[in-house]
Design a protein around this ligand. Structure first.
Ligand code: ADP
Ligand code: MG
Length: 703
């Protein structure tokens, strides 16, 4: 959808209010009143069949009676009347409906909502809502909502899926001093969704950062595409992080893929910065809307107090920006602007004796120094200095440094004077906070944004050496057999068709065949039950490893069959798999689910207890590019095990990442067929020695 089609909604030249009322307390009154009070300079058309005028503005019985064009119509009539209102707006040529009315899909009334969307499509109208507060814009002086006033002016635009939260946030912008250009209530997203608005905002000169409050949506891929294409930072707060709703599933992956984890993965891959709660959303939005991205890892902290300096140092490590000592030439220069007992290492401690001059001189020099990628300035209120004067000095030094492409954040800890200084600095475009942790966290957001932008530039190398036809043939045979899961042997055939390094395995239908195959493959071997009715083979006593000779094969053959029959008397048994025994390696799990919002999604984690108990796994929406795959390996808690601990050699992470990429291409290519899958375990060997897939499982989509 072209972004221009939202112009009527985002910058209307005229707004009708359908259901306008002269009765205070009615939403139809509030919206007209808000349009007037916000100073909206376009035309306002109250629509009411009974009133001649509303709040002093001429009213019309229907939009059809309005003599001029109408860009947007705010709909406030009861749900039962919305269909008719939409129809009339369509006839009138209205470009966008802002449907404030509730009582649609959010209460199960989807049919009515669908009918209204159909009307809108017929007339080429866009719909914001229904079930929304409305939309507010400072640059347009437009308050087409029932929120009481426009937010504090600023450069961020907030899109909120919760109306109540939007009203509350509107009011709190004045207390928090975080300014917004627009607040948009998005409601049921019957038509216009996050992606549409993000795309429109990318061309909006008044918006420098897009801030999202998300509860959940359907078209995850469209959202990711819009975010990837955006040229300005996007930050999201996603609520509903409990794993409630993760369906009981046949595979590990299904049960581990809580919605929050998959959203988190999608944000990462789409370059969307995340916020941990409401405060954090405001704090990070402020920095992202005012400062440029942080292009490298070198953070310098300048402080007048050791305490706040140490606190900020702790925070820096927590948020992925561990401090490094400043280079010698920078230290030498800084030493000139502090007493003998100060420190120029990092944090740079100007000491409590620091006045405005020292701050100015050190900031001017340090900010411009090529080693510094980002700066955090801390100030503890002292009896020697005036916070406001220090603030002036900070601003002046930053300006005089001439630096425009590096970020700075500030924290003033103190009383009323510090608060005054904070406000002033924020008005000057310098994000300033009441605690060192907040300043560091905000700077980290700018670093996260830069890192993700860099990763977005990566593309997936297409895997050309795949044999989809062979995979489909294996799947087709299982389906013809009336099954919706593959046996390990079949799953490995599919994996092999996509070039995954599976252990060699063949089916023996009787004991003699088992002996033959074992000799052909070469001892030691592994033997496993092959039954479509036994998905977890070890549970059924269906796996024997390290079989060294013919006698062992014969014994294992009988034991496995007996165990399987004892486990499930009526299990269909295809035979016994005779399998090459992979040497010992670090066990990891790969898996996939078909997420309702994002489609094929990959999981990676360490095997065994790490999966079962610690749920130490991480996700990415497929396909996964190599850089992201490497990040998956390093972001699990068990990452040091792959890196090599206690004298062990590092594991072959490159091969593991390549396997993740390949696996992810497979689940995208076979998205129509595969519902869930896993490779558990995959054995990872030391660097240069690759990986082997020892077990494979595929659950098919029901057809
Ligand atoms: P299950 O259906 O119970 O998951 P697996 O095929 O994963 O059965 O086998 C159980 C365990 O046996 C694996 O976790 C692994 O430790 C070991 N194993 C299975 N196949 C092989 C193999 N080909 N080489 C080495 N070890 C194997
Ligand atoms: Mg297994």
């Amino acid at each position: 959808m072209e972004s221009k089609t939202l112009d009527g909604l985002m910058q209307p030249k005229s707004v009708a209010v359908v259901g306008a009322s002269s009765q205070p307390g009615k939403i139809g009154y509030t919206v007209v009143d808000n349009l007037i009070k916000s100073g909206y300079e376009g035309k306002i058309y109250p629509i009411n069949p009974k009133a001649a005028d509303i709040l002093g503005i001429k009213a019309y019985p229907s939009v059809l009676a309005v003599p001029d064009e109408i860009d947007a119509a705010a709909i406030t009539v009861p749900a039962s009347l919305v269909e008719q209102a939409a129809e009339e707006c369509g006839k009138k040529g209205v470009k966008a409906l802002i449907i404030i009315t509730s009582g649609f899909s959010e209460v199960g009334n989807r049919d009515l909502e669908d009918r209204i969307v159909a009307i809108a499509r017929r007339y080429n109208m866009r719909i914001l809502g229904p079930n929304i507060v409305g939309t507010l814009s400072n640059s347009q002086k437009l308050n087409a909502s029932f929120a009481p006033f426009l937010p504090l002016t600023g450069k961020a635009t907030l899109i909120s899926q919760s109306g109540a939260l939007l009203i509350a946030m509107d009011a709190s912008t004045y207390i928090r001093r975080v300014g917004f250009e627009k607040l948009i209530s998005i409601g049921n997203m019957s038509d216009v969704d996050f992606a549409d608005i993000i795309t429109w905002l990318d061309d909006d000169p008044n918006t420098t950062c897009v801030s999202l409050y998300i509860e959940g949506f359907r078209d995850g891929r469209k959202f990711m595409d819009a975010c990837r294409r955006a040229h300005k930072p996007i930050i999201a707060l996603k609520s509903g992080v409990s794993s409630h709703g993760a369906a009981a599933a046949a595979s590990h992956t299904g049960s581990l893929a809580g919605a929050a984890k998959v959203y988190g993965a999608a944000f990462q891959q789409a370059g969307v910065v995340q916020a941990s709660d409401l405060d954090n959303l405001f704090d990070r939005t402020l920095a992202l809307s005012l400062q440029p991205p942080m292009k490298g890892d070198n953070l310098l902290i300048i402080t007048n107090g050791g305490g706040v300096g140490v606190l900020a140092t702790d925070s820096a490590e927590r948020y992925g920006l561990p401090l490094q000592f400043a280079p010698q030439d920078l230290r030498d220069e800084l030493k000139k602007h502090m007493p003998e007992f100060g420190s120029a290492k990092n944090p740079v401690d100007l000491t409590g004796m620091a006045g405005r001059d020292w701050y100015e001189d050190s900031i001017r020099f340090a900010f411009a120094h090529p080693w510094v990628d980002g700066l955090v300035v801390l100030y503890c209120e002292t009896s020697l200095t005036d916070p406001v004067d220090i603030a002036y000095g900070i601003k002046k030094a930053i300006d005089e440094s001439g630096v425009k492409d590096k970020p700075v954040t500030v924290s003033f800890v103190g009383g009323e004077q510090s608060e005054k200084a904070t406000r002033w600095l924020v008005e000057q475009g310098i994000p300033t906070y009441s605690a060192p942790d907040l300043a560091v966290n905000a700077l980290a957001a700018l670093r996260e944004y830069a890192i993700m932008q860099q990763m977005l530039a990566e593309t997936n190398e297409p895997c050309l050496d795949v044999n989809k036809a062979q995979a489909l043939e294996v799947i087709g045979r299982a389906r013809a057999d009336g099954r919706d899961s593959l046996t390990e042997i079949e799953a490995k055939q599919v994996f092999a068709a996509y070039g995954l390094p599976v252990t060699k395995t063949q089916l023996a239908k009787n004991e003699e065949e088992a002996v033959e195959l074992a000799k052909a493959i070469g001892f030691p071997i592994v033997m496993k039950i092959v039954s479509p009715d036994i998905l977890h083979k070890s549970d059924a006593g269906g796996v024997k490893v390290n079989i060294k000779d013919e006698a062992g094969v014969r014994e294992a053959y009988r034991t496995i069959l007996n165990n399987a029959k004892a486990y499930k008397a009526d299990a269909r048994i295809h035979g016994i798999a005779i399998q090459e025994m992979a040497p010992w390696g670090t066990e990891v799990i790969l898996g996939s689910v078909n997420d309702a919002t994002f489609g094929p999604t990959m999981m990676f984690g360490l095997g065994g207890i790490f999966v079962e108990v610690l749920k130490d796994v991480t996700f990415r929406v497929a396909p996964v590019a190599e850089g992201q795959a490497l990040r998956m390996l390093s972001e699990i808690r068990g990452a040091p095990i792959l890196a090599g601990v206690r004298g062990e050699k590092p594991r072959d992470r490159q091969a593991m990442a390549a396997t993740i990429c390949r696996y992810s291409s497979m689940i995208v290519d076979l998205a129509e067929e595969i519902s869930e899958s896993d490779a558990n375990p995959v054995l990872v060997y030391e660097e240069g020695k690759g990986v082997r897939v020892a077990d494979a499982r595929i659950i098919l989509k029901k057809k």
